[in-house]
Ligand binder design. Sequence first.
Ligand code: IDP
Ligand code: MG
Length: 167
Amino acid sequence: MNQAVLILIKPDGLKKSLTGNILTRLSETKLEIVAAKMVRVSRQLAEEHYKHLKDKPFFEDLIKYIQGELHDRRKVMALIYWGKDAIRKCRELAGATNPEEAEATTIRGSYGRITTSGVYENVIHVSSNEAEAEREIKLWFNPDEIIVDLYPQKEIVEKEYKRKAWT
Ligand code: IDP
Ligand code: MG
């Protein structure tokens, strides 16, 4: 069954120059990358992405972490991988949420750490199931940024829509 999954290379992954290593590891899955971009993460986007954790004691630190405030890198790399069993394959490669518990051969086991203040710096986000993947992909991407049609879409005409153009 073909699935789409949202991958984020988190600010610690970018700061440690791990983008190439992580993408190389993910290429073992033989999945197809169907979207990729750098994103400056607003507080609103961060809170919406992690809304299932809103009541956790680490929520505020998590929001700061994904916004890059702990690493002086205010960006993440967002990608969509697509193909057979994409979620299971990517989550297996990513490893456990707690980087100290993640198998040493996984991405989080290789590159993650827990800071002295208790932040799980686990370098990568991977959607946890199909419903979450759809919710997250629709949050992070517009349909025209994805090179396949993942979900039903419509055409809209926006009047007085302000955007930047090349001078
Ligand atoms: P996942 O990223 O493996 O799907 P989630 O439970 O969805 O795990 O948690 C989202 C993120 O929140 C984790 O990747 C990690 O950065 C952070 N997190 C989760 N649990 C803890 C915790 O107990 N302490 C600190 N940070 C946590
Ligand atoms: Mg999760």
